[in-house]
Design a protein around this ligand. Structure first.
Ligand SMILES: Nc1ncnc2c1ncn2[C@@H]1O[C@H](COP(=O)(O)OP(=O)(O)OP(=O)(O)O)[C@@H](O)[C@H]1O
Ligand SMILES: [Mg+2]
Length: 222
């Protein structure tokens, strides 16, 4: 693996059709066990950056490597997505199963894990995310904070190597935020978190970037 980077973006240039460029030769290197935060104004391209890493949006120029593999086509991205747990900014875009239990079991089922292992993981993540008792609830009828917890639980159940979390504390109460902090501290993940919650980022990351003039710039709190 080249330099042990789990994610390597080089010279990424991108703008949505007919709009000004959001990224202009942007570079981003995420090494194993890195804990990175991204802050920045609405519309600066934070979510778009995650969508580029996932291969949902393709840059005009530049290269993307995930775990040492160059992403050339959709097939490459499909393989790489197994390593990544992506928490969407909007939970409604993420949740689609009729019950919380099925939502969380969906990823592990897809990995064709044994039934006992799936049940174990579902139980584990329900506890971790404070969702015990929610097993049979329908995700669409939950509160925003509860939905976000279900989406996070579903991601954790897949045991991804990398977490990309887009506003994980949005709508989450203080107890919930503390449990996310604990999961991040003890889970052994490599992660990138987009957040406006600077206190949360101070606790969970050791490097924070902002997007400026189409590139990532290291941000220092004063
Ligand atoms: N599918 C799309 N088609 C066209 N323009 C888009 C699309 N998605 C986002 N944009 C535009 O691209 C810019 C960056 O959007 P993005 O969602 O990446 O911003 P963000 O930094 O995540 O903002 P926020 O803090 O509000 O979540 C915005 O101006 C947005 O209007
Ligand atoms: Mg966003």
């Amino acid at each position: 693996m080249t330099g042990n980077y789990l994610i390597k973006l080089e010279e990424i240039t991108f703008g949505y059709n007919g709009k000004p460029l959001l990224f202009d030769s942007l570079n981003f290197f995420l090494s194993e066990n890195a804990r990175v935060g991204i802050i920045g104004p609405n519309g600066s391209g934070k979510t778009t950056l995650f969508n580029i890493i996932m291969g949902f949006v393709r840059p005009v120029k530049g290269t993307i490597e995930i775990a040492g593999e160059l992403m050339k086509n959709e097939k490459d991205f499909q393989k790489a997505r197994h390593l990544i747990g992506y928490l969407f900014q909007n939970s409604d875009d993420q949740l689609f199963c009729p019950s919380v239990k099925e939502e969380i079991a969906f990823g592990p089922l897809n990995y064709r894990l044994p039934k006992e292992e799936i049940e174990k993981r579902v139980k584990e993540v329900l506890e971790l995310t404070g969702l015990k008792g929610f097993e049979d609830r329908a995700p669409y009828e939950l509160s925003e904070g509860e939905k976000k917890r279900v989406a996070f639980a579903a991601i954790l159940a897949m045991k991804p190597k990398i977490l990309l979390l887009d506003e994980p504390t949005n709508g989450i109460d203080s107890e919930g935020v503390m449990s996310i902090e604990k999961i991040l501290r003890t889970g052994g993940y490599t992660y990138v978190i987009i957040s406006q919650d600077t206190e949360f980022l101070k606790k969970t990351t050791n490097k924070i970037y902002t997007i400026e003039k189409g590139r990532l710039k290291e941000f220092n709190f004063h």
